[in-house]
Design a protein around this ligand. Structure first.
Ligand SMILES: C[S@@+](CC[C@H](N)C(=O)[O-])C[C@H]1O[C@@H](n2cnc3c(N)ncnc32)[C@H](O)[C@@H]1O
Length: 331
């Protein structure tokens, strides 16, 4: 055992060390104090190299990834549907015919007791969703509106509503190979003609704007008292960029509902917050933990984020649905 005295960062340090370690200790202590982190006691300045033999990954079939686009197109071809008719006759029979002749994302109650056969029926969810009961005098933006269930609900509560969506399935963020395949097959199916039909039937004044979430711009649309975006972040390659745009057009409150995975830990050993990439094939990119989802919203500059509720809602014909969280955020 020997004693070593080392001058380090203005301090004089005396340590007792076994002789065989003396050189290494003199080297380590003799440097300037290392930056905080994991490099302090590493012999090579914090570098750790750990070779990994093979990391398995899945080779996804682009054709399989076309499911989202193909289901809609097949339906349209099977039903010889060109586009939504411009006129909806006011009779129950004519409306029922038009409604039955197309696929619906949302279950929507229309006049004459007609209800669209939607993939998602949100009606029981409405009271839990945190929408102010009275929206009179408020400007509301419904982003990724699909058939417009939420837009029409905001209008019913008195708001002046703008609904935004992309134009066709070709505008969805698809993984490169799936996009190429869709383009080669000429797959571009209008997204918003269900909205147009429901709007006419409801004699609604909701304004529809074709715009990707990435291009939301207060110069073009103004700012809104309430901005709603439901079930869209999971479909985006860049959910954080989209959240930044949402914040730009939010004057009052944002109501954001999206998918999370309750099986993911929020604080895994080693720190950090996990977000699981789980697809891309079906235009579904991300499924974060609840903590990650909330953190994503906060990290894009929203000053406050509160989880209003979490819910699980199955699509028609499916046994269970993904878990979603509804968040209220202020810019
Ligand atoms: C799962 S649906 C959600 C519909 C509705 N927002 C809801 O919460 O019930 C996803 C919607 O996001 C739209 N969408 C996908 N990518 C988009 C984008 N980049 N910008 C705007 N809307 C987008 C789709 O067209 C579709 O209408």
């Amino acid at each position: 055992m020997g004693e070593r005295t080392v001058q380090a960062g203005g301090f004089r340090l005396t340590v007792g060390v076994p002789d065989r370690w003396a050189k290494a200790v003199r080297g380590a202590i003799g440097r300037e104090a290392p930056p905080r982190g994991n490099q302090g006691d590493q012999p090579d300045g914090g570098l750790v190299v750990r070779p990994v033999l093979a990391v398995p990954f899945e080779r996804r079939d682009p054709d399989a990834g076309l499911g989202f686009v193909r289901d809609r197109i097949r339906w349209r071809v099977d039903h010889r549907l060109e586009a939504a008719p411009d006129e909806v006759e006011d009779t129950a029979e004519a409306l029922a015919r038009c409604v039955a002749a197309r696929p619906w994302y949302h279950t929507i109650e229309l006049p004459h007791g007609i209800v669209t056969h939607g993939a998602y029926d949100n009606r029981a969810l409405v009271p839990h969703y945190g929408i102010p009961a009275d929206l009179r005098g408020q400007r509301v933006l419904d982003v990724a509106s699909a058939d417009g269930f939420w837009a029409f609900e905001f209008e019913r509560r008195g708001a002046t509503v703008t609904a935004v969506d992309i134009e066709t399935t070709a505008d969805v963020d698809l993984p490169g190979p799936v996009r190429e395949r869709a383009a080669a097959l000429g797959m571009a199916d209008p997204i918003t003609d269900g909205f147009a039909l429901a709007k006419r039937a409801l004699k609604s004044n909701v304004e529809h704007v074709t715009c990707t979430i990435y291009d939301l711009d207060p110069e073009r649309l103004g700012r809104f008292d309430l901005v709603h975006a439901g079930d869209v972040l999971l479909h985006l390659r860049d959910p954080l960029g989209a959240l930044e745009q949402l914040r730009r057009v939010t004057g009052g409150t944002a109501l954001l509902s999206d998918v999370f995975d309750p099986a993911l830990p929020d604080a895994p050993p080693g720190g950090g917050k996990p977000a699981l990439y789980y697809g891309g094939g079906n235009a579904a990119w991300w499924r974060p933990s609840l903590g990650t989802l909330v953190q994503m919203v906060a990290d894009t500059g929203f000053s406050d984020v509160e989880v209003v509720t979490t819910y699980q809602l199955a699509a028609r014909g499916e046994p269970v649905g993904h878990w979603r969280a509804v968040m209220r955020a202020t810019p």
